[in-house]
Design a protein around this ligand. Sequence first.
Ligand SMILES: NC(=O)c1ccc[n+]([C@@H]2O[C@H](COP(=O)([O-])OP(=O)(O)OC[C@H]3O[C@@H](n4cnc5c(N)ncnc54)[C@H](O)[C@@H]3O)[C@@H](O)[C@H]2O)c1
Ligand SMILES: CC(C)[C@H](C(=O)O)[C@@H](O)C(=O)O
Ligand SMILES: [Mg+2]
Length: 371
Amino acid sequence: MKKNITVINGDGIGPEVTAQSVKVLNAIADRYDHEFNYHYCLMGADAIDKTGEPLPDATIAACLNSDAVLFGAIGHPKYDNDPSARVRPEQGLLKLRKVLQLYANIRPITTYSSLQHLSPLKPKHLENIDFIIFRELTGGIYFGKKELSADENIALDECIYSTDEIVRIAKLAFEFAGNRKHKVTLVDKANVLETSRLWRKVVKQVALQYPNVSVDYMFVDNAAMQIILNPQQFDVILTENMFGDILSDEASVLTGSLGLSPSASVGAGTAMFEPIHGSYPQAAGKDIANPLGSILSTAMMLEYMQMHEEAAVVRQAVQWTLQNRFVTKDIDPINFYFTSTIGDLVADFITNKITGEVNLNNIELRKSTII
Ligand SMILES: NC(=O)c1ccc[n+]([C@@H]2O[C@H](COP(=O)([O-])OP(=O)(O)OC[C@H]3O[C@@H](n4cnc5c(N)ncnc54)[C@H](O)[C@@H]3O)[C@@H](O)[C@H]2O)c1
Ligand SMILES: CC(C)[C@H](C(=O)O)[C@@H](O)C(=O)O
Ligand SMILES: [Mg+2]
């Protein structure tokens, strides 16, 4: 198959982790005789530096004309530390989500037996954790009216949701749950927020169309606790934009590192695939960030392109690196491998340069104990 992929490196560790995903996609293309054409585009602080805008029109056009978008991360301390900056990297990402109508951000939480020691949970509480967060991505407080009073003493962020916005993601979540463990948990703050009460009402109605899926309702403060206390109770968590952002970072801790968590953003047209983490500026340029969140996002991209065997091979390769303790610094701060080495290993596993028993003859392993 021939596919056109827009690649947005972004800022901080974005280029480093995304480069590993491109290696992996190239290995898949070689092994399965596909052709992936990459079109590199700008977004975030990088784009502001080069064009003055966080999301140039050329990036939007390329995304709209491609089969999928692979995105790293955006964000830079010079904006994070300047609350008065009016042009910000994050505006680029939010605008792109809106333009592509990526209303559902799917964030799976998977645990790995070889990383159990890193989880805050005891091993006996870690079995069978497998849930997915369906985060609404183009509405809510992120996209409402924003105002700062003239004297700069009062600020406003408006949170708006419409029935249509809730219905479309709720349907996706119920359909997904129907092929999994048949349960949707709506996480909201319906005891306080009018928007949450609308979510409950609409989700109750949508649920009637999916009699084989059970639905329950949980307040977000309780959900934050239940994710740690009893994560096995969840199958599909459905929630609004900001709650989903926060809960997914929290849930990633169960896996061992934020750097392991992938995501797919889907909606009306071209879908986008990105790790859930940010630009981790402290690690930028050091070749130490975990690339697996990005690589696993490419597995989600391959699924989306109906390349199911290819996606399974990427996941198998990732499992293999973890089981053989080829891990980055977030997983093992003493004996760790560089970002680029992990990318090489995953790619070489895929192209069968590594088979069966560990055979690392062709690979120059770079293992570091000091940075
Ligand atoms: N989707 C995105 O582009 C996105 C997401 C979140 C944050 N951001 C931006 O990123 C910048 C930094 O934000 P932050 O520090 O709050 O979040 P962050 O996700 O960049 O990093 C938080 C912490 O998570 C760990 N971490 C993150 N990614 C990792 C990886 N690949 N490997 C190993 N460890 C990793 C590190 O310990 C890091 O200090 C900000 O400008 C923020 O706006 C962007
Ligand atoms: C950078 C920021 C706007 C973004 C969000 O909040 O959606 C990030 O945290 C994410 O999870 O993708
Ligand atoms: Mg986030």
